[in-house]
Design a protein around this ligand. Structure first.
Ligand code: NAD
Length: 282
């Protein structure tokens, strides 16, 4: 029988811990503020932004909302980011992606002050993670480490295989597993024999972006499988990159979709907002 790693429960615990820390800061006269910028009204982005604002309200973080029109120029957006960088009453800045095509995402993300980059996407923060210095860590992979630790999965010394090498998930995931003393292999679209590599994994993190691609033959018996993917299947049901029904019985532990990695991302964003206070005072 496998252990179902419960992201809903663990993310709720983290949000309660964040709420308590926010209240402690408030007692000391420190109010934490997150500025959330959305350009245009992509429906999926509106849902994500709405969920982030709701989470802020729950934990007691003040959120400032900037809803800019679709035709906003890059200059206008950069001016807003620079203004928020300067504001002493703003701790975190989040620009919801994707941005309209007239705006270069990289330029915008690189303009956010690394000290306010609660998404952990700025090259300074990625570099800090790489060399083991303090900084913001990308929320989804940071959430996966919390899922593992709070489910009593030891990482040290384990064979960890990450499928996917994106800047947001795969690469920071590999660096975090390495920081936890895992023996880490990163696989990607050019890996020659994926099954051979993934079958060695004690901990397999799957971030491919391909619905139900990972079946039992990719998985070692007794492995811990973390599924980052989010898709809708032919019946409009949510599913991951892992074929859960096919894989679960072979695992020691596995995350479901929904209710696994998904809820952790916003919880870790809230945690990063709290940590911004200490980082800004180093
Ligand atoms: P991405 O498309 O940027 O990266 C996918 C990676 O998979 C690439 O590095 C590519 O090399 C690799 N890949 C593609 N085909 C492969 C194959 N056949 N074999 C081996 N590797 C292959 O995606 P991403 O942003 O890293 O996201 C991955 C998935 O996670 C998506 O489904 C996305 O929706 C989901 N996601 C979920 C959350 C969350 O909060 N749960 C957050 C971010 C992303």
């Amino acid at each position: 029988m496998y252990q179902l790693i419960d992201g809903k429960k663990i993310s709720a615990e983290i949000k309660e811990e964040v709420k308590a820390k926010v209240a402690e800061y408030k007692k000391q006269g420190v109010e934490i503020t997150l500025a959330v910028i959305q350009v245009g009204n992509d429906p999926a982005s509106s849902v994500y932004v709405g969920n982030k604002k709701k989470a802020c309200e729950f934990v007691g973080i003040r959120s400032l909302s900037y809803e800019l029109p679709e035709e906003t120029t890059q200059e206008e957006l950069l001016d807003l980011v620079k203004e928020l960088n300067e504001r002493a009453d703003v701790n975190g800045i989040l620009v919801q992606l994707p941005l309209p095509k007239q705006i270069d995402e990289e330029t915008v993300l690189n303009t956010i002050s690394p000290l306010k980059d609660v998404d952990g996407f700025h090259p300074m923060n990625v570099g800090a993670l790489c060399i083991g210095k303090a900084g913001f860590v990308s929320c989804t992979p940071a959430g996966i480490i919390e899922l593992l630790k709070r489910s009593d999965v030891d990482i040290a010394g384990k064979e960890c295989v990450v499928i996917g090498r994106s800047n947001i998930v795969g690469k920071p995931m590999a660096l975090l597993l390495l920081r936890e003393n895992g023996t880490v292999t990163v696989t990607h679209s050019r890996t020659i024999d994926l099954k051979e590599v993934t079958s060695r994994a004690d901990i397999l993190v799957v971030a491919i972006g391909k619905p139900k691609m990972i079946t039992a033959e990719y998985v070692k018996k007794g492995a811990v499988v973390i599924d980052v993917g989010i898709h809708r299947d032919a019946n409009n049901k949510l599913c991951g990159d892992v074929d859960f029904d096919n894989v679960a019985e072979k695992c020691n532990a596995i995350t479901p979709v929904p209710g696994g990695v998904g809820p952790m991302t916003i919880a870790m964003l809230m945690k990063n907002c709290v940590e911004s206070v200490a980082l800004q005072n180093i």
